[in-house]
Design a protein around this ligand. Structure first.
Ligand SMILES: [Zn+2]
Length: 165
């Protein structure tokens, strides 16, 4: 079944859409519009409905995401070790353990969250890049993820910020 057909308005003969004369009765058919019911309707071209989303998902700041995940994990581990140290401090010296525990968790998790959100919605790379950058920087007060974590987080955050989608 082809759509490229029309019908002779006189005898009803089916013919190719480009035919100028009815092959059956010889009527000059080009001037006549084909019957509406049989009108050739080209299918609309497929609409790229999610073109914008697709475009966004095409590329991700992968380097920034990976660096930030590593940074977040290092900051978290460093934070936990500091917290353990802080627990000793709490017992033997001064009660700085609790704030350090909270800071370590907050900074490490914030950097991790930034990395995860960055991979989920790269379009908001400015927001998540800034969060990764700021919390990586702040992590210095609890050891900066053995310093390496903080540096990776700074690089990851900057890469996320300048990432061009
Ligand atoms: Zn005809």
């Amino acid at each position: 079944m082809t759509n490229g057909t029309k019908f002779c308005p006189y005898c009803g003969e089916r013919m190719d859409i480009s035919a100028r004369y009815c092959p059956k009765c010889g009527t000059h058919v080009q001037a006549y519009a084909p019957p509406p019911a049989q009108q050739y309707q080209p299918a609309p071209p497929p609409q790229p409905q999610y073109a914008w989303e697709g475009y966004r998902r095409e590329s991700r700041p992968d380097a920034a995401i990976v660096l930030s995940i590593v940074a977040g994990v290092l900051i978290l581990i460093n934070g936990l070790l500091v917290a353990i140290g802080g627990a000793f401090l709490l017992v033997f010296f001064i009660p700085i353990g609790i704030p350090l525990v909270i800071l370590g968790l907050v900074f490490g998790l914030a950097v991790l969250l930034g990395a995860i959100k960055l991979s989920q919605s790269p379009g908001d790379h400015i927001t998540w890049g800034a969060i990764i950058l700021v919390f990586s920087l702040l992590s210095i007060v609890i050891g900066g993820g053995f310093v390496v974590g903080m540096i990776l987080g700074l690089i990851g955050g900057i890469l996320a910020l300048v990432w061009n989608d």
